[in-house]
Design a protein around this ligand. Structure first.
Ligand SMILES: *[C@@H]1O[C@H](CO)[C@@H](O)[C@H](O)[C@H]1NC(C)=O
Ligand SMILES: *[C@@H]1O[C@H](CO)[C@@H](O)[C@H](O)[C@H]1NC(C)=O
Ligand SMILES: *[C@@H]1O[C@H](CO)[C@@H](O)[C@H](O)[C@H]1NC(C)=O
Ligand SMILES: *[C@@H]1O[C@H](CO)[C@@H](O)[C@H](O)[C@H]1NC(C)=O
Ligand SMILES: *[C@@H]1O[C@H](CO)[C@@H](O)[C@H](O)[C@H]1NC(C)=O
Length: 333
C-alpha cells in the first residue's frame, strides 16, 4: 500500500497545498538576492541554528507596535518575514510572520504579536512566549494559494538523531477566532461562515544527513501533525495509510510525495479540531519506522527542524490565531 501512493486529485490543482516545506526554502532565494535571512540565529540554512545563545537578535528593532506592562512586553510585527528570537533562560524559540506567498498582487495583511516576559523567565524551561497572528487575505491564484506560515521554531537543540530521542513532549493550546482579538475558544461555524482556509500544524523535517535535515527544501522527509484544517484548500498530501489515538486525540496518517520538492510527506491529521493537546508525540515519529515500504524514515534519521504555526490561505474577514500555551520538550536518551 505504501509503495503505491496515489496523490489525491485536489493536490494536482494545489501542488503544495498540503505541504509546509516550501516555506523555509525561500531563505535560499533571499540570500541569493541579498536580503536578510528569515530566521535569525544562524540564518544560513533557514533553521534557527544552534547558536541562538542570548537570542538578542529579536525583540528590538522591527516591531511595529510595542507596549510594556507589569513585566510583560507585547510587540507587533507586520513584516513579510522577520525572525524574532526572544531571550529566555530556558528553551529558545524563533518566531516569524513568514508571509512567504505574498506577492505584489496579493490583497490582505498579517501581523504577529509576541508577548515576552521582561525577566526572560517562563513558567517552565520549555515554555514559549505567547503569540497571536491577526490576518486576512483574499484567495490567491490556484498555483500559489498559500500566503503565509506564521510560525514558532525550536532553536538550539536540533539536529537530534531520532533513535537518540526518548520523548518529544508537546503542551499546546491554541484558538482561532473571527476578529482582531484572541478568542477564548474556537467556534468552527463562525470560521467557516468567513470561509477561513487555514490549518494549524507542527512541521518537522528529517534526513539521514544531519545537515540536510536542517534544510527544509532538501530534507528527505517532511512530517506534519495537523491539529485542525479549515476550508477546502487544506488537504494533506497523499492517501491515508493508518491511524492511531494519542492521549484522547485520533489522528489519521496520510503519506505521499510533494511533487515540487520530491520530499516524502507524512501528515498526522487530527480527525477533529484539537485546540488543547498534551502528550508525547515521539510515538507519531516511531510509528513511521514500522510501516511497510522504503518510503519511511528510520531511527537513524535526524530531526533537523521543528516548528508550529498556521498555514494561511484566505479568509473573508480578519481572523486571529492565538497560542496562549506552548511548550516543546525534546528529550534525548
Ligand atoms: C538548502 O538546499 C537548497 C536547494 O538545494 C540550497 O539552494 C540551499 O543552499 C541549501 N541551504 C543550505 C544552507 O545548505
Ligand atoms: C517573570 O515575569 C513574569 C511576568 O511578569 C512573572 O509572571 C513571573 O513570575 C516572573 N518570574 C520570576 C522567576 O520572577
Ligand atoms: C486586519 O488585520 C490586519 C493585520 O493584522 C490589520 O492591519 C488590519 O487593520 C485589520 N483590519 C481591520 C478592519 O481591523
Ligand atoms: C497586537 O498588538 C497591537 C499593538 O500593541 C495591539 O493594538 C493589538 O490589539 C494586538 N492584537 C492582539 C490580537 O493581541
Ligand atoms: C493527557 O492529556 C491530559 C490533559 O491535557 C494531560 O493532563 C496529561 O498529562 C496527558 N497525558 C500524557 C501521558 O501526556
Amino acid at each position: 500500500m505504501a509503495l503505491k501512493l496515489l496523490v489525491n486529485a485536489s493536490l494536482l490543482v494545489i501542488p503544495i497545498g498540503g505541504s509546509l516545506g516550501a516555506l523555509f526554502g525561500i531563505d535560499a532565494h533571499r540570500s541569493a538576492t541579498g536580503q536578510p535571512p528569515l530566521f535569525t540565529g544562524d540564518g544560513s540554512d533557514g533553521n534557527g541554528g544552534s547558536t541562538g545563545g542570548g537570542g538578542s537578535t529579536g525583540g528590538g528593532s522591527g516591531d511595529s507596535g510595542h507596549t510594556v506592562n507589569n513585566g510583560v512586553t507585547n510587540s507587533m510585527y507586520c513584516q513579510n518575514s522577520y525572525g524574532i528570537s526572544p531571550p529566555s533562560d530556558g528553551q529558545l524559540y524563533t518566531l516569524n510572520p513568514n508571509q512567504w506567498g505574498v506577492t505584489s498582487s496579493s490583497e490582505g495583511a498579517l501581523c504577529m504579536n509576541i508577548t515576552t516576559n521582561n525577566n526572560e523567565t517562563y513558567p517552565s524551561k520549555y515554555t514559549a512566549p505567547q503569540f497571536s497572528v491577526t490576518w486576512q487575505y483574499k484567495p490567491g491564484p490556484e498555483t500559489q494559494p498559500v500566503h503565509a506560515f506564521p510560525n514558532i521554531m525550536v532553536d538550539g537543540v536540533l539536529p537530534v538523531e531520532l533513535g537518540k530521542m526518548s520523548s518529544l513532549n508537546l503542551d499546546l493550546h491554541w484558538t482561532y477566532g473571527v476578529g482582531n482579538t484572541p478568542a477564548e475558544t474556537t467556534i468552527e461555524s463562525e470560521l467557516t461562515a468567513q470561509t477561513l482556509n487555514a490549518n494549524v500544524a507542527v512541521d518537522m523535517f528529517f534526513d539521514s544527513d544531519q545537515t540536510i535535515a536542517q534544510n527544509s527544501t532538501t530534507a528527505k522527509y517532511e512530517v506534519m501533525i495537523w491539529f485542525a484544517n479549515y476550508g477546502t484548500s487544506t488537504d494533506p498530501i497523499g492517501s491515508q495509510v493508518t491511524s492511531r489515538e494519542l492521549n484522547g486525540t485520533s489522528f489519521e496518517l496520510y503519506a505521499g510525495t510533494n511533487k515540487a520538492t520530491g520530499q516524502n510527506v507524512f501528515t498526522w491529521k487530527a480527525t477533529e479540531p484539537t485546540e488543547r493537546f498534551v502528550g508525547d508525540i515521539y510515538q507519531l515519529i516511531t510509528d513511521l519506522y514500522s510501516l511497510p515500504g522504503d518510503l519511511y524514515p528510520s531511527s537513524e534519521d535526524y530531526l533537523g527542524i521543528f516548528s508550529f504555526g498556521s498555514e494561511a490561505f484566505y479568509s473573508d474577514a480578519n481572523v486571529t490565531f492565538w497560542v496562549p500555551e506552548l511548550g516543546i520538550d525534546i528529550e534525548k536518551s
